[in-house]
Design a protein around this ligand. Structure first.
Ligand code: PHE
Length: 355
């Protein structure tokens, strides 16, 4: 009896000195393992006198259950400790700002295309597309610009074959032809995209972007064109008034043709669009030439319409104060970091177009 009490005391002392799960396991083996001190006593039962055996066995069982109880207590304590340690080392404070990682930005040209798409969608225009590699017919002939027409020289075309049958489109106007040949009137589309001319200086790059507009229906007039452009320019530059003038011009595919200027002024080195006594040429437009409608299989006695073409890069430069067009295409991350847009700032008509 006394021996058992001493043994229990010793074991319990060892429990109190345990530091971790491994210590606990070692103690379990030392006490309850096959050759453990308590297990051994159970084995000794066989050699004990019958009259003492019952009493001793019951004491031994009590001891064992006390040890097991203690064992469970420590086991859950160490388990808990481990869990807490793990939880502590793996905590994430979700209220902290995220570490600064390199983040992509939306290029001003993409941003402006999205803005224009929003504005024209409000007026009922849908987006049409055409390939960068065009055939001569869609880029020139169908647009009432036959071979040897002087307007062809103005375009500094990149031809892709010796016979000058395939080329990089010099404007987005061939999308007018593609759209009309593919469907039936009325047509109300915009076509943003890349265009190419062999030209390079501060305001010209061999690749640039245009947005084409085409509206063909039964009663479309020049007044509709003016209203549409006035609305688009006011929305785009986010101003209430825009001073605008139509200057007579010439494009083979429109008659009459005009170039549109908007008023601006520079005060304290800052440009204000829409007012002032200076003029800035911004786009070309006109009423679609009957020959173009004919080439696109549209009955020009029933239908008429307007078309316009505007330089997207130019719009981006004016709106966001970027003064060298070439910087748009240099892929300098510092430039993009400065002039680029957050990917989540998608332009929309209800939330505002820009940041
Ligand atoms: N395609 C013309 C250009 O690139 C612009 C334009 C488009 C003019 C549609 C009139 C109508 O200069």
């Amino acid at each position: 009896m006394n021996d058992l009490a001493t043994l229990q005391q010793q074991i319990f002392n060892k429990f109190s000195q345990l530091k971790n799960k491994e210590d606990l396991e070692n103690l379990r083996i030392e006490v309850l393992g096959k050759k453990g001190s308590v297990s051994k006593l159970f084995q000794d039962l066989a050699t004990i006198d019958k009259d003492k055996k019952k009493e001793f066995a019951s004491q031994l069982n009590i001891l064992k259950s006390k040890i097991l109880e203690e064992f469970n207590k420590y086991s859950s304590k160490f388990g808990q400790d481990e869990l807490e340690k793990k939880l502590h080392s793996e905590t994430i404070d979700v209220t902290l700002p995220t570490p600064k990682k390199p983040q992509g930005k939306i290029h001003p040209v993409s941003q402006v295309i999205d803005e224009l798409t929003c504005i024209f969608a409000e007026l009922g225009f849908s987006v049409a597309e055409g390939p960068d590699i065009e055939n001569e017919y869609n880029n020139f002939t169908a647009l009432n610009t036959p071979p040897n027409h002087p307007a062809r020289d103005m375009h500094d075309t990149f031809y892709l074959d010796e016979n000058k049958q395939t080329l990089l489109r010099t404007h987005t106007s061939p999308v007018q032809i593609r759209t009309m040949l593919n469907d039936k009137p009325p047509f109300k589309i915009i076509a943003p995209g890349r265009t190419y001319r062999c030209d390079s200086d501060q305001t010209h790059t061999p690749m640039f972007h245009q947005l084409e507009g085409l509206y063909v229906d039964k009663n479309v007039t020049m007044a509709d064109l003016r209203g549409c452009l006035d609305y688009f320019l006011k929305k785009f530059f986010e101003v209430d008034q825009i001073k605008m003038r139509f200057r007579p011009s010439h494009f083979p595919f429109t008659e009459p043709s005009a170039e549109v200027d908007i008023g601006y002024e520079i005060k304290d080195g800052k440009i204000t669009i829409g007012q002032g006594d200076k003029w800035l040429e911004i786009l070309g437009c006109g009423m679609v030439h009957p020959n173009v409608l004919k080439n696109a299989k549209v009955d020009s006695r029933k239908y008429q319409g307007y078309a316009f073409g505007v330089g997207i890069d130019r719009l981006a430069m004016l709106k966001y104060g970027i003064n060298d067009l070439r910087s748009f295409f240099e892929s300098d991350v510092r430039w993009l970091e400065h002039f680029g847009f957050n990917a989540n700032d998608v332009p929309s008509n209800y939330r505002g177009l820009a940041r």
